[in-house]
Design a protein around this ligand. Structure first.
Ligand code: SAM
Length: 296
């Protein structure tokens, strides 16, 4: 029977990737336990092996969902050692479910090494999608939803953080124009917002705090004003920051010529022009005109 188009049908809730052998990445709540989906709960119940980040955190979730089972820890410190063991189980046909402390596994959370190893071993990998703080903050921010760049946590120390933001600014000068999303700890929020304002300029931003929880708060405003507010009164809880994109970079002619020269090494003029126009936002016609000049 031909596969129906996605417009024709939705699969019933029991059509579970969790019921087939392989690795399934299961998203769990970022605060509100009511956000554990029925498919997620089923995948946790049905798995032969359940892997989590912190066994105590997961025990709370499992208890609340009425799932009487224990999970084994897979975290940054034991992932390399665990991968061969888990792969052996997967090769034997086991269903392995991976959760993290909150939200979507791998997103600022462990699991990447396991997923890559499973893919390389030819094991089926699927996911039960669900809560994710970064995407929820992005959708609530009122800032352009795409393209976006998810940065995870910036370095905690001031000098390294400034260096990381400088690299972003350099990428923007070369044409990157994206909404930025980052995680931050409450006690660092004020200084990080101030560093962003100082290095990137006073852009529109949004601080999303305690999403899906009792004290959920979304504050929108300029980076500098948000920084002042949170420096005056340190917030509590879990925080995701969204920063609007910079203005389109207005590259000087010389910078465009430099990029073109490099792009034309090993590429046709047409390909080089496409590449430079796409990466800088400079009009294709203008880039082409410069390429023709350079060829002369
Ligand atoms: N895997 C998670 C996800 O998919 O959202 C993210 C895990 S990361 C280790 C934890 C960070 O995510 C927190 O420090 C905070 O920056 C952000 N975060 C998690 N839950 C949040 C919430 N309820 N509200 C706002 N930010 C949250």
């Amino acid at each position: 029977m031909p596969e129906p188009s996605s417009h024709e049908t939705s699969d019933p809730p029991d059509a579970l990737p969790g019921a087939a052998p392989g690795l399934v990445l299961v998203s769990t709540p970022i605060g509100n336990l009511g956000d554990l989906s029925p498919r997620a709960a089923n995948a946790l119940r049905e798995a032969d092996l359940l892997l989590c980040e912190d066994t105590r955190t997961s025990a709370t979730l499992l208890r609340a969902a009425g799932i009487a089972r224990r999970a084994e820890a897979l975290h940054d410190h034991n992932e390399a050692a665990m991968v061969p063991r888990v792969l052996a189980r997967l090769r034997d046909g086991a269903r392995v479910a991976l959760i993290s402390d909150a939200g979507t596994p791998l997103i600022s959370d462990p699991g990447f090494r396991l997923v890559r190893a499973a893919i390389e071993a030819g094991v089926a990998v699927s996911a039960v999608p669900g809560p994710n703080a970064a995407l929820m903050a992005l959708t609530l921010s009122g800032l352009p939803p795409y393209p976006f760049l998810f940065l995870g946590f910036l370095p905690p120390k001031h000098a390294a953080r400034i260096a990381a933001i400088e690299r972003l600014r350099a990428a923007e000068a070369a044409g990157l124009q994206a909404t930025l999303i980052l995680h931050e700890a409450p006690h660092r929020l004020g200084e990080t917002l101030a560093d962003l304002a100082e290095t990137l300029g006073d852009r529109p931003a949004c601080v999303a705090r305690e999403l899906t929880k009792r004290f959920e708060e979304v504050r929108r405003g300029g980076l500098a004003a948000l920084a002042d507010g949170y420096r005056a009164e340190a917030p509590r809880g879990e925080i995701t920051v969204v920063v609007g994109p910079g203005e389109a970079a207005s590259l000087g002619g010389e910078a465009v010529d430099d990029l073109l020269r490099k792009a034309m090494e090993g590429r046709s003029v047409k390909e080089a022009v496409e590449l430079v126009a796409a990466s800088t936002g400079v009009a294709r016609r203008e880039v082409y005109r410069r390429a023709v000049e350079m060829k002369k």
